[in-house]
Design a protein around this ligand. Sequence first.
Ligand SMILES: C[C@](O)(C(=O)O)[C@H](CC(=O)O)C(=O)O
Length: 311
Amino acid sequence: MVQSDSTNGHSARSSTHAATKLRRTLTESDNIIVAPGVYDGFSARIAQEVGFDCIYMTGAGTCASRLGQPDLGFASLNDMRQHAEMIANLDPTIPLIADADTGYGGPNMVARTVAQYHRSGVAGLHIEDQILTKRCGHLGGKAVVDVETFTQRIGAAVQARNRLGSDLVIIARTDALQTHGLEEAIHRIDAAVAAGADVAFVEGITTAEEARDVCQRLAPAPVLVNMVEHGATPSWTPAEAKDLGFKIIIFPFASIAPAYGAIRDVFVRIKKSGNTGLDKEFTPKKLFTIVGLEEAIEVDAQAGGSLYSKV
Ligand SMILES: C[C@](O)(C(=O)O)[C@H](CC(=O)O)C(=O)O
């Protein structure tokens, strides 16, 4: 598989470490894992700059940024895998949890998805029980497959992971809370954990009581909470989420939502006044520094070059 240019040639070795690192943090640490959502290479670099230990590749943000489409199952395995590979390899030491939607088909396709995510350097992925024409978990009118089909998806994912000797963390997500209620959602996650899932993800939890109940009933399985602001779930900080019993918190819209506001403001300004009003400090060099200029200069210099001595 072709690796991203920005790996500098060390991705395959370090990506294995990222999955192992995520797995160890899950089992050996009391801390909650905080993963801001990134939707492209630039937002991923900013998460690295700020110093997160884990990042989350949002499928909704990938659909929006890569395809310009809503989160309705437009993204194929290839779209998602390529995007995940590029992000995971910007800094292969930082575990990337990536959305894998429904797994993109039956057991064989799920197994293929797992193998490709593993080879791409992804540390964890979530697979859900929505029908293939899925939608964002915080929209109304969702539909889910039956529990047997869901369990087969998770079983196929776990078996593929084991065949590869990979540490990839398999997160089982159910969207059944909205359509079938809490008991069915718990039943589905129990079945997924019995099939070997490492982490539980009940999408669209609506109250703190429900959250506590979910975490207690699914224990000892670690539970992920999806902190999509202004969706079905109330907003909790990582400390509050930890107190409710969660082990991983993702913030899928943490980069794409502010990007929208910031980009739109500047576009409107150009339309109205003819200038961008951009911050003077945001020079071309500043942009390239955010996305790895120093690293590129060093690689060239270490190889005996001086291509960038005057940048
Ligand atoms: C977590 C999620 O799968 C994502 O793609 O980031 C989405 C987020 C969203 O669209 O609100 C989901 O919750 O389905």
